[in-house]
Design a protein around this ligand. Structure first.
Ligand SMILES: CC(C)(COP(=O)(O)OP(=O)(O)OC[C@H]1O[C@@H](n2cnc3c(N)ncnc32)[C@H](O)[C@@H]1OP(=O)(O)O)[C@@H](O)C(=O)NCCC(=O)NCCS
Length: 217
């Protein structure tokens, strides 16, 4: 029996939330822990995943090995709608939570916010919007130790099947990882854009690429 056949792929359920959120945190920096650039696990995990788990759980999928969630794909059928909900319902409570927990007083976080804002103004403004042709989007991460087993490939297959069933005409995603870029090309995605981001330079000692890939369905 090959390794993928021992893995259980299924829809996300609320009972997976804690395990999924742990992987979000553990992989947020191009496959490594968000702790390297941010202090405050709950806040950064809310920012990266709360919309998907709480507002669009039907578009979320997990892979389980021996009862343990080891990978997730969290998606949105309509990125513009997801952003509206994020801005209206998530941002303000999250800011309050961050203030309450003193997140803005921590120098690591301040550095991240300032660098992020600066980078967004300089490089982010040039990033094209692909939502007309490719309205859906997603994030995928596999826990370290379970990569290269075909899990990512299978999760994407399942998600694309779901989008087709929902009559969504296209999907796009962003990644800052060169190995992941090769992975998405191998899954039949087309590179739509390549830019760069500087906000992890103090940790990684280099700029990172920002790729956007798309696939028509
Ligand atoms: C990128 C990622 C989702 C791919 O999922 P996966 O289950 O490891 O990939 P699969 O086993 O289905 O496919 C393997 C392919 O992925 C590529 N790959 C990318 N990153 C990899 C990694 N860290 N380890 C192993 N393979 C990786 C390999 O090139 C491999 O190609 P090959 O089969 O031609 O050798 C997963 O490795 C991961 O989460 N990596 C770390 C975080 C990350 O980059 N996430 C993507 C953010 S958008």
């Amino acid at each position: 029996m090959d390794q993928v056949s021992k893995i259980n792929f299924r829809k996300y359920q609320p009972c997976d939330k804690a395990a999924l959120r742990q992987i979000v945190y553990d992989t947020a920096l191009i496959g490594e822990s968000a702790g390297k650039f941010f202090e405050g696990q709950e806040i950064i995990t809310d920012a990266f995943s709360l919309y998907f788990t709480d507002y669009e759980p039907d578009a979320a999928f997990v892979a389980q090995v021996n009862g343990q969630v080891v990978a997730y794909l969290i998606g949105a059928k309509d990125k513009n709608r997801a952003e509206k909900i994020f801005n209206r319902r998530i941002v303000f409570p999250l800011l309050l939570k961050a203030l309450r927990k003193g997140a803005f007083l921590k120098s690591k976080n301040l550095g991240f916010f300032i660098r992020g804002l600066k980078d967004l103004l300089i490089n982010g403004a040039k990033t094209p919007n692909f939502t007309r042709e490719y309205p859906a989007t997603f994030h995928i991460n596999v826990q370290s130790g379970f990569r290269g087993l075909g899990i990512g490939h299978k999760l994407i297959d399942i998600f694309l099947g779901y989008l087709k069933q929902e009559h969504i005409p296209g999907v796009h995603l962003a990644t800052m990882s060169d190995p992941a870029a090769g992975f998405f090309l191998a899954q039949g995605f087309t590179q739509l854009y390549k830019g760069k981001r500087s906000y992890f330079r103090h940790i990684l000692h280099r700029d990172v690429p920002l790729y956007i890939f798309g696939k028509r369905l």
